[in-house]
Ligand binder design. Structure first.
Ligand SMILES: Cc1cc2nc3c(=O)[nH]c(=O)nc-3n(C[C@H](O)[C@H](O)[C@H](O)COP(=O)(O)OP(=O)(O)OC[C@H]3O[C@@H](n4cnc5c(N)ncnc54)[C@H](O)[C@@H]3O)c2cc1C
Length: 502
């Protein structure tokens, strides 16, 4: 489900822009339906989120005619957020000169975004919609990308996702998602275009080196090599970068020594918690085993849930099932007559810890069987007998191959927060060290992490003197406020509110 590959006017097609920055583009196939929902309420079953906005509104309002006004009101607010984002050049929000410039260029868009920065989707949805079934739908429509219900999903992200699916749309990169990274990496290796630039795969950083002035000076790799740098950017999660384990857990291989962890990171640890990881099935399926004219094979993405109580379950393969069938849009990624099914459901590391080899294999088989059974019963009869390729990934797989603590999908609000206000940007409290990716503003999803990449590159370029900035003292003072003091100030505010309610 790839956002950000669009070609419509505006700035939010960040994957297209990232590729264009290195003179690359990928061919993509527009996905006419973002998600086909299979949900417990009959009014929500077989609900298809069409790329065409008018068709989507019609589908939803036909099912909830008494909420016609509320549906429009809610999505109008989403569009207001999206239009504001799309109108601005999207760069580092902790770079004061840029903030001043975009504010002067488009004050209205900036005010709109400021208005929604501290708001969650649930706040807006409840202002417009009364029907509990429809509100549950808004919850799951958030959950499938933010792994949190609407009242813990920031409105800036909601406005982006709920509008861009109709604007730039969901576009599937021909050849698979891996082509995006390959194109970027290959372009950067081109010495004629980017002299001195190199990319190393499989080179695990084990430590961020810090000098006597408490400044990050480079990294140590697992093979012992030291790489010196004027700026170090960590794409690992904040847990893996800074440790920050709770009392009952530990991150033995955090990149930054405990003694160097800045205090703002401890605030982050109080505000955000790990979302679960996933149990994933990668299946190669004979198409003739499935009902050939099966209506559900029209759509690439399916969400399956039989009971609302299990929407956020992440044990025993009982929770929401996500299905992607990329061969619906691009047959070239599988042999003729075959479909690829990527089936996944949230899963905590705790259900995989401490298992011996055979127990681990047995558990994988048991939970995979449960997922296949649920899918056969509800959506794809015949699925099991068509399976020719069968691979199961668990949270342990995510941890091992992506280096993510407990294989987590990323951070989610540990309690009700003020939208995105509490999310850190790219600078950290350790000078010279920046973070990028889903542990930074604005969170998970490819387009969101692409934004954080643009922002990090911009702020680093300014700090290295490659891009203009406000006079040095003013830039330092303002960006210190935006980066660090903002978080400390919010932390104090939240603490005194909590003390007051005790
Ligand atoms: C099952 C699943 C389905 C998803 N579907 C979608 C979707 O349809 N659309 C969408 O937009 N998003 C989707 N996402 C979310 C999206 O993939 C993530 O939000 C995004 O990849 C996060 O990017 P990141 O750069 O922050 O982290 P990652 O993608 O985890 O990248 C971090 C990189 O850093 C490397 N690394 C970590 N530690 C070290 C170290 N110490 N040394 C060297 N390298 C290191 C890792 O190997 C990894 O390559 C999905 C996620 C999952 C798990």
């Amino acid at each position: 489900m790839i956002f950000g590959l669009g070609s419509e006017p505006g700035s939010t097609n960040l994957l297209t822009r990232a590729l264009a920055a290195v003179d690359e583009r990928v061919e993509s196939v527009p996905d006419p339906v973002q998600i086909h929902y299979h949900l417990p309420d009959p009014r929500l079953d077989h609900l298809r989120v069409h790329r065409d906005y008018a068709q989507w509104l019609e589908e939803l309002t036909q099912r909830f005619p008494h909420e016609c006004r509320g549906i429009r009101g809610f999505y109008d607010e989403c569009w207001a957020v999206f239009r504001a984002l799309n109108a601005l050049e999207l760069l580092s929000l902790e770079e004061p000169r840029y903030l001043l410039r975009v504010f002067l260029q488009n004050p209205l868009a900036c005010f709109t975004l400021l208005r929604y920065l501290g708001v969650n989707v649930g706040d807006v949805a409840r202002r417009w919609i009364r029907d509990e079934a429809l509100l549950r739908f808004i919850d799951i429509d958030c959950y499938v990308w933010s792994v949190a219900a609407a009242d813990r999903t920031p409105m800036i992200n909601g406005g982006m996702v709920f509008s861009d699916r109709h604007y730039g749309g969901i576009n599937y990169p021909v050849g698979g998602v891996g082509t995006l990274a390959e194109r970027l990496a290959n372009a950067l290796r081109d010495q004629e275009r980017f002299p001195g630039c190199w990319v190393e795969y499989g080179a695990r950083a084990v430590r961020v080196n810090v000098d006597g002035q408490r400044r990050a000076t480079g990294v140590t790799l697992a093979d012992g090599r030291q790489i010196r740098a004027r700026a170090v950017i960590s794409n690992a999660t904040r847990w893996d970068t800074f440790g920050l384990a709770g009392a009952d857990e530990s991150v033995p291989r955090a990149l930054v020594d405990a003694a160097e962890v800045p205090p703002t990171e401890r605030l982050w640890r109080q505000w955000y918690t790990e979302s679960p990881s996933f149990l994933s099935l990668h299946l190669g399926v004979r198409a003739d085993a499935l009902d050939a004219g099966h209506a559900h094979l029209r759509d690439c993405h399916h969400i399956v849930l039989e009971e609302w109580a299990h929407m956020e379950s992440a044990t025993d393969a009982a929770g929401t099932i996500f299905v992607s069938i990329p061969t619906v849009l691009d047959a070239s990624v599988a042999p003729p007559g075959r479909h690829i099914f990527h089936v996944f459901t949230p899963s905590w590391m705790s259900e995989w810890r401490g298992l011996g080899h055979s127990e681990y294999r047995a558990r994988k088989q048991q939970l995979a069987d449960r997922l296949i059974e649920r899918l056969e019963r509800r959506v794809f009869p015949g699925l099991r007998r068509g399976i020719e390729v069968f691979e199961v990934g668990t949270p342990r797989t995510h941890r091992r191959f992506l280096g993510r603590k407990d294989g987590t999908y990323g951070p989610i609000a540990a309690r009700r927060l003020h939208g995105l206000l509490t999310m850190p940007f790219n600078r950290t409290g350790l000078p010279g060290l920046y973070c990028v990716g889903d542990s930074t503003f604005p969170g998970q999803g490819l387009n969101a992490v692409a934004f954080s990449g643009f922002a990090a590159a911009h702020r680093v370029a300014v700090d290295l003197g490659l891009e203009p900035r406000l006079p040095l003292g003013l830039d330092a003072w303002l960006s210190e406020w935006i980066s660090r003091r903002r978080l400390e100030w919010l932390g104090r505010g939240m603490q005194s509110t909590e003390d007051g309610t005790r």
